[in-house]
Ligand binder design. Structure first.
Ligand SMILES: C[S@@+](CC[C@H](N)C(=O)[O-])C[C@H]1O[C@@H](n2cnc3c(N)ncnc32)[C@H](O)[C@@H]1O
Ligand code: SF4
Length: 462
């Protein structure tokens, strides 16, 4: 939201229902185990031949953490065993060599991201080891975006030096909430001074973009304590902020049951916390770039959003489209021009495939022409909040209004509520509609429309 605008809580409540985050389309529940290594390799070769996909993006999943945050919904495991971590690095190195053979030559890395779990649960020596293995196999653009997820607890300056030496220039740090009572209830004790040290080290070592993660909807959060958290966070002067909606799904994520329901804010209180976050961050000059993310006005993501060139993949928002994303490590998801692949989600299966000399693909999906069209519509609306119908009509030889007549019909109520403008030539999401973008794009999701009436498998959208 460029200029500050009050948030309409009644509208948020009206549209508050479960929905996907659309890090992929089709979404992960529609990936099939029938898709295997052979299909993956065939599609890699097809993209190499097309020549449109030259630059590459790499993702590495580091699943380990030192302790369990009770809210955590990430694919992670607690371990303090150095042997276990070393073994994982052995297998990551095997996977790099195996996959590298298929990627072809002359392709340079535009983006690299280590996510988790907690990549900084690796020791500085282990960080250097993995960094070297990656640089040994891949060439990087000089200005590549090289980013890492950091947990400030237990982080040392040596970790940051090792990351900087391995070429990292951006980072994202988890905070969630600074209030001691909230921190105790979620088993994540993280004094402000620790986070401040981490941010200072990153700045001193020349990291050009620092993102901080916050979460609303956590136990014992209230307006007063959360306002204080945000004020403290603002003194750290991050370039970007993610304010995530706590997804409480104890029936699916067992350890979330350690958080008592009665400690959680009510749905109304949660929306008030969201409103508070938006107001405070807007006033501090941050721009809402969509899907829980804020950035400074001069940040490249904000500029890309304003120019209509923002893009989004499994690694989050980006200014680069048209690149293959090769993902390594357990559970990681890769993306080619018309294919998604996901690695095995547990270590024994991931290791067993690599022991056989196979890429550890568990499942995936090859996109149909309809999937490609809908993915582009969803991505365009989610990233740039507007869509030019003629672009799609030319590219896909369709009449936009006829092809999407159901979606446009459903969106009429959104238009009546001032969330989107359904123009003759273009669709444009309003400032308030940006907060409900998941609900808007869900109307273009063929699979969701087909399955309507079944049990929701996604978290609430706001
Ligand atoms: C992999 S963690 C970040 C790095 C590091 N492990 C840490 O926690 O500092 C990614 C982020 O996901 C968010 N997250 C984790 N569980 C979540 C949940 N259940 N609902 C919403 N966001 C969640 C948190 O904000 C967390 O910082
Ligand atoms: S939030 Fe981060 S540190 Fe906490 S358990 Fe999840 S991945 Fe690990």
């Amino acid at each position: 939201m460029n200029a500050f605008q009050p948030v309409d809580i009644a509208l948020l409540k009206k549209y508050d229902k479960a929905g996907p985050r659309y890090t992929s389309y089709p979404t992960a529940p529609y990936f099939s185990e029938a898709l295997d290594e052979t299909a993956y390799i065939t599609h890699i070769e097809k993209d190499i031949k097309s020549m449109e996909y030259k630059d590459i993006s790499l993702y590495f999943h580091i699943p380990f953490c030192d302790t369990l945050c009770y809210f955590c919904g990430c694919t992670m495991m607690v371990t303090r065993s150095q042997d276990k971590i070393e073994e994982y690095l052995d297998y990551l190195e095997k996977e790099i060599l195996l996959l590298r053979k298929h990627i072809g030559d002359g392709r340079k890395v535009r983006q690299l991201h280590w996510g988790g779990g907690t990549p900084t649960h690796l020791s500085p020596i282990q960080i250097s080891r993995l960094g070297k293995a990656i640089h040994h196999s891949f060439d990087f653009h000089e200005d590549a975006e090289v980013s890492v997820e950091i947990d400030p607890r237990e982080l040392t300056r040596e970790h940051m030096v090792a990351l900087s030496d391995a070429g990292f220039n951006r980072c994202s740090m988890g905070i969630q909430d600074f209030d001691p009572k909230v921190q105790e209830a979620v088993n994540r004790i993280q004094p402000e001074s620790i986070t401040r040290d981490a941010v200072n080290w990153a700045r001193e070592l020349g990291f050009s973009s620092i993102n901080l993660d916050l979460m609303y909807g956590l136990p014992h959060q209230n307006q007063e304590t959360y306002a204080k958290t945000i004020e403290t966070v603002l003194t750290l002067n991050p370039d970007r902020l993610a304010v995530f909606n706590y997804a409480h799904l104890p029936s699916m994520i067992k350890h979330q049951g350690l958080i008592k329901e009665e400690w959680l804010p009510t749905a109304d209180q949660k929306l008030e916390l969201l409103e508070l976050s938006i107001e405070k961050l807007n006033k501090a000059g941050y721009i809402y770039i969509g899907m829980d993310h804020f950035a400074k006005p001069d940040d490249e993501l904000t500029i890309a959003m304003e120019n209509g060139t923002l893009y989004r993949n499994f690694q989050g928002y980006s200014t680069h489209s048209g690149i293959n994303l090769f993902a390594m490590g357990m559970s990681s998801i890769g993306m080619l021009s018309d294919l998604y692949v996901q690695n095995y989600k547990n270590l024994p299966a991931y290791y067993a495939a690599l022991d056989k000399g196979q890429l550890p693909i568990m499942r995936g999906v090859a996109l149909t022409e309809d999937d490609l069209l809908r993915r582009e519509v969803i991505t365009e609306l989610m990233c740039n909040f507007k869509l030019d119908k003629s672009k799609f009509e030319q590219k896909y030889s369709i009449s936009f209004d006829a092809y999407f007549s159901d979606a446009l019909q459903n969106l009429k109520s959104f238009e009546a509520d001032g969330l989107i403008e359904l123009g003759k030539n273009q669709l444009e999401v309003s400032q308030m509609g940006r907060l409900l973008i998941r609900n808007i794009v869900m109307n273009f999701d063929y699979y969701l429309m087909k399955k309507q009436g079944e049990k929701p498998q996604f978290s609430k959208t706001v």
